[in-house]
Design a protein around this ligand. Structure first.
Ligand SMILES: O=C(O)CCC(=O)C(=O)O
Ligand SMILES: [Fe+2]
Length: 346
C-alpha cells in the first residue's frame, strides 16, 4: 500500500498562541490563513481542555463500536435524525466525486448545532446519557471559532465584530456541523483507488480539527505546486525529549484550524480554503479517529466581500472578481450546492 506521498513534501503549519500575551496573534493568524490556510492553535486558554477532547474521543469510539442496529437507528438516510444529521455508514460519502472511483473509507456521525439547551436530533443510544457533554463541547468550539474570527477581523482592519455578528448562534440557524469521524483499518485496500477522505475543501468559514494524541495520521494538504504534504497529529512531536519546557507527550495537543470556502469567498481569495484529504498511512496501521467542528455563518448571511482594504488590494492584484461575478448568494445556498455534489444519498 503506497498511498502515502513518497516525496515527503514538507509544509510549514505555524503553531500560534492566541492568548492576549501574544500581541501579534491577529497578524500571525491572518498570515497563516493567507498562506496555506491551515494553522495550529496552542491549546492554552482556548476554553477547550485536553480532557474535554479525550472525553469526545471516548464517546466517539463507544458509538462507532456499537452494533450496526444501534447506528442504523440514527442513520442519515433514514432521515429520522433530521436533514444531513446522523450516522453515515461506510460508502455514503465521496468527497471527491470527480476523481474517486469508490466512496471514502470512513464512517461519520453528524450533529447539528444545539438550539437552546437541546440538540435538534435524536442521539444514538450510547450517546444519549451524554447529551449535555456533547452540547457543552460544541459551545466551546463555537466560542473558540468566534475568537479566531474576531482575530481575522482585527488582522483585516475591519470592525472586530464583522464576522462574529454573522456567526452569532443566538440570531438564527446556521449550517454549523459537529462531526465524529472513524476511519477503520480495512483489509484489501487498493492502491490509488481507496482513500479515507477524498480531496476536498471544507464548505464553511473555519473548521476546528481535533486529532488524537498518539493517533493514526493521514491528513494531507495540497501545496500550491500540486503536491501532497502531510499534516502532523502533533506539530511539536520533534520537541519531545528536548530541553524545551513544553515537551511532555502528555501535554495538550494544539488544535488544527483551517479556512473553508465561505471565508475564501468572503475575502475574495485572500484567505485560502486549501484542498486536503486523508490517506491510509503506509508506516502505521490502525484505525483513525478525528473530530471536526465546521463553523458556518448564519444561513441568511450574504457572501458579500469583506470591507477591508487588504481584501480590495488582494482582489485588484490577483484579478479576482467579486465572489461569483457579483451575484450574491446566502451561506445556505452555498452549502446546499456543496452538499448536493458529495452525498450519494439524497
Ligand atoms: O479526518 C480528518 O483528519 C479530516 C477530515 C476532513 O477533512 C473533513 O471531514 O472535512
Ligand atoms: Fe475537510
Amino acid at each position: 500500500m503506497a498511498l502515502i506521498n513518497e516525496a515527503d513534501v514538507e509544509v510549514k503549519i505555524p503553531v500560534i498562541d492566541i492568548r492576549p500575551v501574544n500581541p501579534n496573534a491577529a497578524q500571525q493568524l491572518l498570515a497563516a490563513a493567507a498562506g496555506n490556510g491551515f494553522v495550529f492553535i496552542e491549546p492554552w486558554e482556548t476554553g477547550i481542555e485536553q480532557e474535554d477532547v479525550d472525553k469526545m474521543f471516548e464517546l466517539s469510539k463507544q458509538f462507532f463500536a456499537s452494533p450496526f442496529e444501534v447506528k442504523e437507528e440514527v442513520s442519515i438516510s433514514s432521515n429520522k435524525a433530521g436533514k444531513n444529521y446522523g450516522w453515515l455508514s461506510q460508502g455514503v460519502e465521496k468527497l471527491d466525486p470527480a476523481t474517486q472511483k469508490r466512496p471514502d473509507v470512513k464512517e461519520a456521525f453528524n450533529m447539528g448545532e444545539p438550539v437552546g439547551d437541546e440538540l435538534q436530533q435524536s442521539l444514538p443510544r450510547p450517546l444519549q446519557p451524554h447529551e449535555n457533554t456533547l452540547i457543552e463541547f460544541q459551545r466551546k468550539c463555537h466560542r473558540l471559532c468566534q475568537r479566531v474570527l474576531q482575530q481575522f477581523a482585527v488582522g483585516l482592519g475591519i470592525d472586530e465584530h464583522w464576522f462574529t455578528d454573522r456567526h452569532d448562534e443566538s440570531r438564527g440557524p446556521s449550517g454549523t456541523m459537529f462531526r465524529l469521524l472513524y476511519y477503520p483499518q480495512v483489509d484489501g485496500i487498493e492502491d490509488g483507488v481507496d482513500i479515507r477522505a477524498g480531496a476536498h475543501s471544507d464548505y464553511g468559514s473555519i473548521t476546528l480539527l481535533f486529532q488524537q494524541r498518539g493517533g493514526n495520521p493521514g491528513l494531507e494538504i495540497k501545496t500550491p505546486s500540486g503536491e501532497w504534504a502531510p499534516v502532523p497529529v502533533d506539530p511539536k512531536e520533534h520537541l519531545v525529549g528536548s530541553a524545551h519546557d513544553d515537551t511532555s507527550a502528555e501535554r495538550p495537543l494544539p488544535i488544527l484550524v483551517n479556512i473553508g470556502d465561505l471565508l475564501e469567498d468572503w475575502t475574495d481569495g485572500l484567505l485560502k480554503s486549501t484542498v486536503h484529504r486523508v490517506i491510509f498511512p503506509e508506516a502505521s496501521s490502525g484505525d483513525r479517529y478525528s473530530i471536526a467542528y465546521f463553523c458556518h455563518p448564519l444561513d441568511e448571511a450574504l457572501l458579500e466581500p469583506v470591507p477591508s482594504d487588504l481584501v480590495k488590494d488582494h482582489a485588484l492584484k490577483s484579478g479576482n472578481k467579486l465572489a461569483r461575478d457579483g451575484k450574491l448568494i446566502t451561506a445556505k445556498d452555498h452549502l446546499m450546492e456543496r452538499l448536493a455534489a458529495t452525498y450519494t444519498v439524497k
